[in-house]
Design a protein around this ligand. Structure first.
Ligand code: PHE
Length: 341
């Protein structure tokens, strides 16, 4: 029996020392110390011993139980420490490793110019409105006093949705004049930026989609002088205080009289250079006094109210503002280009 206990001691203690998990330890505890465990099995044989041998064996058995229990405790602690160590090393944070850079985008240069424009107009008491890009021909043409055979109505120039040419992608932001006047009686001061569409091949100066900004002021006693004063002031705020503007007569069906506004070339100051193609002036926008027919068509009495409107291409303005030569750069969204602004 002494031999049995000795063998059990060696075997159990080394098995426990090799256990690597709490579950394995539990299983060993049951195997050695459990009710049906190996030590119990040995103790059951005590009855066969002589009376002299029994106390010594009993003591040995008790020592063995104590040793196994102690080893179980020690091993449990060791397993716990090891688990903690593993966890800590897995979670180690090296604060000296450079972080992954979160790249911040930039606002598209054209929208930066638009934001600047909006600020200028808001500062003058204008409201910014945006609306649909899919338009009725009625609003894109008819209510703007465009004749039924105006060339812009051709299928070769305009994107239509319906066979009868009644629904289209707006070719200009001018229908916004109509929407605002139908919604609201004067005084009106609004700017309406947005996308417009024309069937143009894409090249350095054309794109089938581009942006316009429409503007309008309607009130009692508004004259052409207000138009010139306001637009000249906007040009000065945008391009600098010395900016010189010029107004040339023009024709639009929905304004009378109509004009175009140029600014003196900011690069050569009017002497003529490649930027202004030797002209000394850069064409910026179309404008005019809102036609009485257009006013009355929207339920505004042209005998009481008058007003002006303008429209310009935003890409063209942004190109000039940043001195960029090719319109396509605006749309390609090459970050190497966009990041420069
Ligand atoms: N809608 C005109 C265009 O696209 C511009 C314009 C707007 C002219 C408002 C006069 C008044 O060319």
């Amino acid at each position: 029996m002494r031999e049995l206990l000795k063998e059990l001691r060696e075997r159990s203690l080394s098995a426990i020392a090799g256990a690597e998990s709490a579950e394995a330890l539990d299983a060993l505890r049951v195997q050695y110390l459990g009710k049906k465990g190996e030590l119990t099995a040995v103790l059951k044989q005590m009855g066969k011993l002589s009376a002299e041998e029994r106390p010594a064996m009993g003591q040995l058995a008790n020592e063995l139980r104590a040793a196994v229990e102690q080893r179980l405790e020690e091993q449990k602690k060791r397993i716990g420490e090891k688990a903690l160590e593993l966890k800590l090393s897995a979670e180690t944070l090296d604060v000296t490793i450079p972080g992954a850079e979160a790249k911040l985008g930039v606002r598209h240069p054209m929208y930066q110019v638009l934001d600047r424009m909006k600020e200028i107009f808001i500062g003058m008491g204008f409201e910014v409105v945006e609306d649909r890009e899919v338009e009725l021909a009625e609003y894109n043409f008819d209510k703007l006093n465009e004749s039924p055979n105006h060339p812009a109505r051709e299928w070769t120039d305009t994107f239509y949705f319906t066979e009868d040419s009644s629904v289209l992608l707006r070719t200009q932001t001018s229908p916004m004049q109509i929407h605002v006047m139908e919604r609201q009686q004067p005084p009106i001061r609004m700017v309406a930026p947005g996308r417009v569409y024309r069937k143009d091949e894409i090249d350095a100066t054309h794109s089938p989609m581009f942006h316009q900004v429409e503007g309008m002021a309607i009130d009692k006693g508004i004259t052409m002088a207000d138009l010139k004063g306001t637009l000249s002031e906007v040009a000065r705020q945008l391009y600098g205080g010395e900016t010189v503007t010029r107004f040339r007569p023009h024709h639009f069906p929905f304004t009378e009289p109509s004009c175009e506004m140029d600014i003196q070339c900011y690069r050569c100051r009017g002497r003529g250079c490649p930027t202004c193609k030797g002209e000394g002036w850069i064409e910026l926008l179309g404008a005019g006094m809102v036609h009485p027919k257009v006013l009355s068509g929207c339920g505004i009495d042209p005998e009481v109210y008058s007003g002006w409107a303008f429209g310009f291409g935003l890409e063209r303005l942004a190109l000039a503002y940043y001195k960029i030569s090719d319109l396509r750069l605006i749309f390609e969204n090459d970050v190497r280009f966009l990041e420069q602004f």
